[in-house]
Each structure stands twice: as C-alpha cells, then as structure tokens.
Write a protein of this length. Structure first.
Length: 305
C-alpha cells in the first residue's frame, strides 16, 4: 500500500484527536503515515508541496476536502493526486454521497481496501472549485447564518459531543422566516431555464447529492457521471416555501410544479445581487457567475464495488 499523508484542519468542526487516533491505528497496520495539521492556506500549500507521490488523506469534512482540492487545483497538481477522506466534519455530505462510512475506523479500512476512481469537479469562471454543492438564494443565506451559529455552538458540549452540527438547521430555520427572493436569469448549456420575470427561492448545482448533513438537495447527483445536477425552486410565496421545505425533508421536492431539475455541463446565473455558498464557503455578493463540470478531474479512494 502506498504511504499516506494525512492532513488535518485544526479549525474543522468536530474533528478530534481521539477519533483521528483510532483511524491512524488502522492505517499504520498497513503503511507509513505522516500527519500534518494546517490552519491556513499558506500552511496547507507548504504541506502539499512536500507530499511527493504519497496519497493525500483529508481528515475533516466538506470544507476541509474543498480546501485541499482547491489548493491542488491552484497548484495544477490535482489531476496527479489520489485523495482519501476520513469524515471528521459536522455534515460530511460528500462522504455520504460517495458511500464512505461515517464511522471513522470503517472509513480508514476503505483507504486500505477501496478502489481508486475518478471524480468530477465543478469550476467557475474565476477558477473557484466546487467539490460537493454550490447554491444561490435561500440555501446560501442558510449557510451564511448556519456558519455563524456553527462557530458559536461548537464550544458548547462535553468531550466529543458538541452542538456545532446544529448550525445549519438553525440557519435554515432562520432563513425560512425571511428568505431572499431573487430575480435571476439561469441558463443550462446555453438554454434558458429561468428568466428575470420569474423570481426564484434558490438555485442549486450538485456534484454530490446532499447538503447540511444529509438533506438531499440534488438527490440524483453523481460525481462520476460528468454532469451537473441543477435544481431551481420558484417556491417564493409563504405557503409555497412551506411546501418546498416539507417536500425537501422527504426528498420529493423535485416533483413539485414550481421546481425544475435538469442535468448538463454548464450553468450560468445572473441578475440581482446574490450570495454563493460553495461547499459551505461563502462568497459574494455577485451579479453573474458561470460554472462548468470538469469530468474525472482527480482521483479518490472509494469503497470497492
């Protein structure tokens, strides 16, 4: 088995030394393992510079995986990298979508017994990457608020149990009362999906299927199919928003008349100022953004079929 470089993020939610030690115990029975903790992009870049031919294992959640993939992409090293994931975050949505066990020792065994498979990546016109999901409108607003509450609640708890995982549900609940309703022009592969005369509640692009710790926003998204899953919700009225939220909880929201679900290779969004949440990273406000899929952009160790 190839040697491993395990990268941890000291600021990444619920990652803790005890869980990581259990995973490292499994891995060190099979290969040599070096662990490096990083807390900022400069440190991460330095660690990746020394990675050599080793497989890179991200110990963290979606945000940590996003940071490593983004850094490798900037360095033009992503296509040569083989990544693994130890899900130590709060939501772990990408891990859920690709079948990586959330039990940390089982996830470590996947790194030993799994198979290397190509993963797609979503990239925008300024070079920012999306590993799992990016959304605009209510979803981005919920992420903005949820990020603040996650930081506040992470310190509340005992031992491995803390309240940080409640951040996104709280953000979503607060957003439900006063959601942003936007006039946006949305195109998929050059064809208009929504125009400025129709307001939208949210626009979501999925490479992975779920957000917020298991909510399947784009349930059919597959990071190996070379396509972006687009979801546009026009549930802007109070009753429509309630119905959308209820159906979202049951995974039936895409069946509603005010929801459009499509697949393609490039999505463009423009119009009123909007915030963006890409793998939980908040940016904006923007008036225009275009995303495209880069098939088989990198490789990851996943459970064997």
């Amino acid at each position: 088995m190839d040697p491993l470089l395990v990268i941890t993020n000291s600021d990444a939610g619920t990652a803790d030394d005890e869980s990581l030690a259990a995973a490292l115990g499994v891995l060190r029975e099979h290969t040599s393992v070096e662990v490096q903790a990083t807390s900022n992009p400069g440190e991460l870049d330095g660690v990746l510079h020394r990675a050599g031919s080793r497989r890179i294992v991200v110990a963290g959640g979606d945000g940590s995986l996003h940071a490593v993939v983004a850094a490798l992409h900037r360095r033009h090293d992503l296509d040569k990298a083989v990544l693994g994931l130890l899900p130590l975050g709060t939501g772990n949505d990408f891990a859920r979508g690709v079948g990586i066990p959330l039990d940390i020792e089982e996830a470590a065994r996947v790194l030993v017994t799994g198979q290397v498979r190509p993963m797609d990546l979503i990239v925008d016109e300024v070079g920012q990457v999306v590993v799992n999901s990016v959304h605009v409108g209510a979803g981005a607003n919920a992420s903005r608020r949820g990020h603040r509450w996650k930081g506040r609640l992470h310190a509340v708890g005992v031992g491995k149990v803390n309240l940080g995982k409640l951040g996104y549900p709280i953000g979503a609940a607060l957003t439900a009362f006063r959601p942003p309703v936007l006039r946006l022009h949305v195109e998929l592969d050059g064809k208009v999906v929504n125009d400025l005369d129709t307001r939208v509640l949210m626009v979501a692009l999925g490479n992975g299927s779920s957000v917020g710790g298991g909510t399947e926003l784009t349930p059919d998204a597959d990071p190996e199919d070379g396509r972006i899953d687009l979801m546009v919700s026009r549930a802007t009225g109070p009753l429509a928003r309630f119905g959308f939220a209820a159906r979202l909880g049951f995974g039936t929201h895409q069946q509603a008349d005010d929801v459009t679900a499509l697949r393609g290779r490039e999505v463009s969004v423009s119009g009123e100022r909007f915030w963006i949440s890409a793998d939980g990273e908040i940016s904006g406000p923007e008036r225009h953004r275009t995303w495209h899929v880069e098939p088989a952009a990198y490789s990851m160790v996943l459970p064997a079929d």
